[in-house]
Design a protein around this ligand. Structure first.
Ligand code: NAD
Length: 504
């Protein structure tokens, strides 16, 4: 467990000011409130184990209040009646404010989640701003259709005129995980708000800080009170109450497949609309003709970025046997050279994972695999003063039935298997309950595009991995989820189609 972690502090004045408050109430309407029970939860810095602050431990009664606030804003408030262009302007301002606060938000995210500062500063926080900017532009593009019908029983001399309206679904519960808190929150809020919905947001209990800071920025941008409400607390309390609440019209959930199932069951009471962005076990296929200068660092970053806590992390490598040794050695060399450390140290490449509980879970998978005969080409240890660091780990000698190959580990652990053909690689890649993303590395155009068609996943990357943009739909097939976020169609997740049929 020996790994010295200095007690680095935030340096941005606004981050310091936010942290100095200690207690961070939740948002109901335009009021910052404690839970009705008066109970609070602590949030820890996973690198050092120090307490960063407290947030309310909400319960079902707090969820009731938040749903009421959202409902009354939706039914009577200005948001759903505002012109789409006005909504778009406010969303654009939110994007601008996130950009203006990028250093502060990156520091808060690193302290709360553990991620290296550059992950937030250059990828996730700009990604969150990008979501608001993109969906600001989508708000005025919501369009129904006029429809030519074949109805032939209208009165003589009359005509049928039919069209569709797209209207906001109503009150949305947005439930978010802890791996990339702000950008995943933005991926829900921006399209929901563009559609004219009102939201109750439930951030993950390990990482609620940036969601609460975002709440302040939303109000500063001019979002009317009640349009976004934030209830913090435990998932099996606040999340479960939201998923079951009869006043919620739609649940937009991102998290594990296991909890996704529970959300779906709870949502069935009033048959809420549900979208689910769930787990993954994404394959990375390396063909012998790949450009190895791209493929080897690309495959390494596909799994080690954000300590592997990425739903689309490339966690299963299928490498053509003729280049297997070269590729695994290359990835192992990169892993060996990676610097583990406090996320606020700009030279850190691998931060802690989000919590000791999560680190123990990841380590459990690694030790089980080693005991079953897998070999660690590199890594394999849990480190740090609080046991929250996991060495970047590459396992070989694995078989398709091992848990480390089949289950989502959600840490910096990749398994590598040699294959003799593209067909074998595709069959193994598709042999999973998950289908979130995949990548193929080859210089051959037909290999690349044939694989893109045959891989059973929501996204296929060719000669790249982890390429995200607000314009690119993301989501899964099989047990990786229902629906897509990002991209033009994401607004439709929050719209109902109404048919209007008139005899004129
Ligand atoms: P999780 O499922 O444990 O929790 C996700 C959220 O659900 C949290 O806010 C949690 O508090 C809440 N929750 C917990 N129990 C609940 C319940 N019974 N009812 C309602 N809500 C409940 O997931 P996690 O561990 O926070 O995040 C990691 C998982 O998220 C991984 O499986 C990862 O693949 C997935 N993920 C998916 C995507 C995607 O786009 N597909 C993106 C990021 C993360």
């Amino acid at each position: 467990m020996s790994l010295d972690i200095p007690a680095l502090q935030a340096s941005h004045p606004a981050a310091l000011e936010f942290l100095a408050r200690g207690d961070h109430p939740m948002l109901l309407g335009d009021q910052w409130v404690a839970a009705l029970s008066g109970e609070w939860m602590e949030t820890l810095n996973p690198a050092t184990g120090t307490v960063l602050g407290r947030f309310p431990s909400g319960a079902a009664a707090d969820v009731d209040r938040a749903v009421q606030a959202a409902r009354s804003a939706f039914e009577s408030g200005p948001w759903s009646c505002m012109t789409p262009a006005e909504r778009g302007k406010i969303l654009w301002r939110v994007g601008d404010l996130i950009e203006q606060h990028i250093d502060e938000l990156s520091e808060l995210e690193t302290l709360d989640q553990g991620k290296p500062i550059w992950v937030g500063r250059y990828a996730e926080i700009p990604g969150a701003a990008g979501q608001f900017h993109y969906f600001a532009g989508q708000a005025p593009r919501i369009e129904g259709q006029t429809i030519s019908t074949s109805i032939n029983y209208q009165p003589a001399g009359k005509q049928v005129f039919a069209y569709t309206l797209k209207q906001p679904v109503g009150v949305v519960a947005a439930i978010v995980p802890w791996n990339s808190p702000l950008v995943l929150t933005a991926m829900k809020l921006a399209p929901a708000l563009a559609a004219g919905c009102c939201v109750v947001l439930k951030p993950a209990e390990d990482t609620s800080l940036t969601a609460l800071r975002l709440g302040e920025l939303l109000l500063e941008a001019g979002l009317p009170p009640g349009v976004v409400n934030i209830v913090t607390g435990r998932g099996d309390v606040v999340g479960a109450a939201l998923a079951a609440h009869p006043g919620v019209d739609k649940v937009s959930f991102t998290g594990s497949t296991q909890v996704g199932r529970a959300v779906l069951a709870a949502a069935s009471g009033n048959l809420k609309k549900v979208t689910l962005e769930l787990g993954g076990k994404s394959p990375v296929i390396v063909m012998p003709d790949a450009d190895m200068e791209l493929a080897i660092p690309g495959a390494a970053s596909a799994i080690f970025f954000n300590s592997g806590q990425v739903c689309v992390a490339g966690s299963r490598l299928y490498i053509h046997r003729s280049v297997f040794d070269q590729v695994v050695k290359g990835i192992a060399d990169i892993a060996r050279g990676m610097k583990l450390g406090h996320g606020l140290d700009p030279s850190t490449q691998i931060g802690p994972v989000v919590s000791r509980k999560q680190a123990d879970r990841i380590n459990g998978y690694v030790q089980e695999a080693l005991a079953a005969g897998a070999e660690a080409m590199v890594g394999g240890r849990q480190l740090g003063p609080h046991g929250t660091f996991i060495e970047p780990t590459l396992l070989v000698n694995v078989s398709p039935d091992m848990a480390c190959v089949r289950e989502e580990i959600f840490g910096p652990v990749v398994v590598a298997t040699p294959v003799d053909s593209l067909e074998e690689a595709l069959a193994l890649a598709n042999d999973s309950i998950y289908g979130l993303a995949a990548s193929i590395w080859t210089r051959d155009l037909s290999t690349a595009h044939r694989a893109a068609a045959l891989l059973k996943s929501g996204t296929v990357w060719i000669n790249c991995h982890l390429m995200f943009d607000a314009s690119l739909p993301i989501g899964g097939v099989k047990q990786s989820g229902w629906g897509r976020e990002s991209g033009q169609a994401a607004v439709d997740n929050f719209l109902e189609v109404k048919t209007v049929c008139a005899v004129i």
